[in-house]
Ligand binder design. Structure first.
Ligand code: GTP
Ligand code: MG
Length: 242
């Protein structure tokens, strides 16, 4: 009886873990994204749930303010964090997102460091590719970098599930720094190289969304899109269990 009870308890509390790679050129905002995620969600090791703000808007102001006091240096190695994902309050998807952990790897985006990225593809369930929407001179480089990621042969050497290329690995492209006046807006981005990317990527899913990771604009919505796709694809790209 005791064993039955413990196995039911384990079954009920077992968490699915999805591994997410945060990629993009240097200075795009990858580490800033991860630091903001750490402020918004509880760590997988914490037992306490993060305190919820009473008024909407208060949360974004306070976490953005905290983040602005942190000094974020260009990444040379990797930053890793695992969070307990939860739907934003009032979301109809709350029950679907129960017991989901997300493990993020934030890797350095400098050109000399990009050849390290492919080492992580075999155990990755989803990609977040961050674009600096103010850096128009490097949009073409973003495009070429993403195409290179999608066509890398390491995708065929999989740890979780079958398939060729980035099939079943959702790619979320975030057009970051939308808080800055010189940022190219989504409509203009969609008429340029990025909409071409959406059709050229051999991924089952890809999406381009406008965000400001510093100001917490569009962050939770973007993650909800990604987690919905990860859950949808889980029979072909299985999560890890913890
Ligand atoms: N205004 C504004 N600045 C941002 C935003 N996101 C990041 N930044 C700034 O962009 C700069 C680079 O951010 P990082 O997070 O270090 O960029 P990264 O992609 O991790 O860069 P590498 O580690 O070199 O690959 C920092 O000065 C950030 O404060 C944003 O949404 N808005
Ligand atoms: Mg970084």
């Amino acid at each position: 009886m005791f064993h039955l009870a413990t196995s039911l308890y384990t079954q009920y509390t077992k968490r699915e873990q999805y591994n997410i790679l945060i990629l993009g050129l240097d200075n795009a905002g990858k580490t800033t994204f991860l630091e903001h995620v750490k402020l918004l969600y509880a760590s997988a090791n914490e037992t306490a749930v993060k305190k919820k703000p009473s008024k909407s808007g208060e949360e974004s102001r306070s976490t953005a303010d905290i983040l602005k006091t942190k000094r974020i240096l260009p990444t040379v190695g990797q930053n890793t964090t695992t969070i307990k994902f939860e739907a934003s309050s009032g979301s109809e998807l709350a029950s679907q997102f129960k017991n989901v952990n997300l493990k993020f790897w934030d890797l350095g985006g400098q050109r000399s460091l990009r050849n390290m990225w492919s080492r992580y593809y075999h155990s990755c369930h989803g990609i977040i590719f961050i674009i600096d929407s103010t850096d128009t001179a490097r949009f073409q480089e973003c495009y070429e970098t993403l195409i290179e990621i999608a066509h890398d042969e390491s995708w065929n050497n999989r740890e979780y599930g079958e398939g060729e290329g980035t099939v079943n690995v959702p790619i979320l492209m975030l057009a970051n720094k939308q808080d800055l006046p010189q940022a190219v807006d989504l409509v203009s981005l969609k008429t340029g190289v990025f909409i071409q990317l959406v059709s050229e990527l051999e991924a089952t899913d890809s999406k381009l969304l406008p965000v400001s990771v510093l100001e917490n604009q569009g962050l939770k919505e973007s993650l909800e899109w990604l987690v919905t796709r990860l859950i949808y694809n889980k029979s072909s790209r299985m999560p890890q269990y913890s």
